[in-house]
Design a protein around this ligand. Structure first.
Ligand code: NBP
Length: 471
């Protein structure tokens, strides 16, 4: 019996996705560049073996899948994808579909699609989130492609995807690069979310002098409230874990230098290219870069000493509550930015990304999964494309939440504790809600040195200021 679907790339994500597909009753033919891994994978598949067809060559893989063949590529993003497409094409027909499920840059997805000839197979760009666990038991799946190609792969994607109250977390979000773009912004939001959590941890650790265990308990409590989310849940677990080697809190033995694979950076770059503010994401990307300057930070800490950190903050329950509410407010602003970037890209590329649906398929399976996304989905119903900060439900939350965020950022600044992402979120919020900003001065300066001209309030046309003559 032939397979229903093929999968190339039995790394962490591919192997788990293949098992997930098999477990859901689909027969899957698998291939991996390093052939030994194919057999290893098959031998370890246990009772799912009869749903798996191990293939040593791409030709064998193609032969073992029932036409028209859907084939998932789950290899390292970049050149490996181009190489695999080129190697696979001779064995495929026009009706077949190649689905790139890696973390591709959406520009590559658009290019790959453009490079395919009229007789080549269809190409689908698919973002998958949820890490190893998600891939195995239900990820969030963000698809970019045609409705026809999605219709053909929809049953298997729906089956393997995460479910939120029974609803599948897989959706077609637009044509060509839309799926990979949404995955990129998902990761950007993930960066912002993680950074804000880390900043609050920093305030609790250095401002209040709390132990990891005490902070872990606070996060546990928060996970039962409006902040309830996977990231808050794992933060509590991480803070409560003990290092086996030393018996110390695990978090205390880990070097404070964060890695990044690039998707968060892409999100910030795309926001900049579109001219859409995403300061929470940008601050989070920059914070990871600063974290890697381990030697310089050590030198600077000696040069500047305890410039302000001597001031311990008030650790009363009121301040802990402000941290909870402030974190939520910062998160709202960062998510508002992320969704705005998607709305902007959607307009720019003619993608029509459904924002409410995007929020819905992030409610389960992915790293930023939370109930909060259910509220975002509700806010976007009927007001697609409008900034989240203008949705009535969020206006009410931000009215009070922003006061807590303000208190947290202000207290942390006075204590010399860094909160770059929270401060960026607050700065964005305060700028966004200001009917008369300060760009009138920027325009005057630009006109002064470059004769760029400006608009007068309530008048048509371009004007120059009196300073141009004096210049
Ligand atoms: P792994 O590093 O575990 O596996 C990489 C896979 O790519 C292996 O099967 C490897 O084959 C294959 N590969 C490489 Br590397 N170069 C290749 C080439 N030139 N031609 C053919 N195959 C090649 O990665 P992973 O974590 O499973 O990630 C796979 C994709 O999923 C990436 O795009 C990643 O960004 C994305 N992703 C990862 C996560 C996560 O949490 N890990 C989450 C969401 C998305 P080999 O065995 O022969 O080396």
């Amino acid at each position: 019996q032939q397979a229903d679907i093929g999968l190339i790339g039995l790394g962490v994500m591919g192997a788990n996705l293949a098992l997930n597909i098999a477990e859901n009753g689909y027969r899957v033919a698998v291939f991996n560049r390093t052939v030994a891994k194919i057999h290893e994978f098959y031998e370890e598949a246990g009772s799912l073996k009869n749903q798996i067809i191990p293939c040593e060559t791409l030709e064998d893989l193609a032969k073992n899948i029932r036409a028209p063949r859907p084939i998932i590529l789950m290899v390292k993003a970049g050149e490996a994808v181009d190489e695999q497409i080129a190697a696979l094409k001779p064995f495929l027909a026009k009706e077949d579909i190649i689905i790139d499920a890696g973390n591709a840059n959406f520009h590559d997805t658009v290019r790959r699609l453009a490079e395919l000839g009229p007789n080549d197979p269809t190409f689908v760009g698919m973002g998958v989130s949820g890490g190893e666990e998600g891939a195995r038991h239900g990820p969030s799946i963000m698809v970019g492609g045609t409705p026809e190609s999605y219709a053909r792969i929809e049953p298997v994607l729906t089956a393997i995807s995460a479910k939120y109250e029974g609803e599948s977390c897989s959706a077609l979000l637009g044509p060509d690069g839309a799926g990979h773009f949404v995955k990129t912004i998902h990761n950007g939001i993930e960066y912002a979310d993680m950074q804000m959590i880390a900043e609050v941890y920093g305030v609790l650790r250095d401002g209040l002098g709390l132990t990891p265990e005490a902070i872990g308990r606070i996060f546990e409590t928060w996970n039962a409230g409006p902040l309830n989310s996977y990231l808050i849940e794992i933060t509590a677990k991480v803070l409560l874990a003990t290092d086996k080697k030393t018996g110390k809190p695990a978090v205390d033995v880990i070097l404070d230098s964060a890695g990044q694979k690039g998707t968060g950076r892409w999100a910030a770059i795309e926001a900049q290219m579109l001219g859409i503010p995403a300061t929470g994401i940008e601050a989070a990307v920059a914070a990871r870069s600063i974290s890697s300057l381990v030697t310089e930070r050590s030198e600077a800490s000696k040069a500047y000493g305890d410039l302000a950190t001597a001031r311990l903050l008030d650790g009363g329950q009121a301040f802990i509550n402000a941290l909870e509410e402030g974190l939520l407010a910062g998160k709202i602003a960062a998510y508002a930015q992320g969704f705005d970037v998607m709305a902007g890209a959607s307009k720019e590329h003619g993608w029509n990304i459904p924002l409410a649906t995007t929020a819905r398929i992030w409610r389960a399976g992915c790293i930023i999964r939370s109930q909060f996304l259910d509220q975002i989905a509700a806010a976007f119903e009927g007001s697609e494309g409008k900034n989240l900060l203008l949705a009535p439900a969020f206006v009410e939350r931000m009215k009070t939440g922003s006061q807590s965020l303000r208190k947290v950022v202000a207290e942390a600044a006075l204590a010399g504790l860094p909160t770059p992402a929270l401060a960026a979120a607050l700065g964005y919020f305060d700028s966004f809600r200001q009917a008369r900003g300060t760009a009138n001065l920027i325009q005057a300066q630009r006109d002064f040195f470059g004769a760029h001209g400006f608009k007068r309030i309530g008048e048509e046309g371009d004007f120059h200021g009196p300073w141009t003559e004096a210049n």
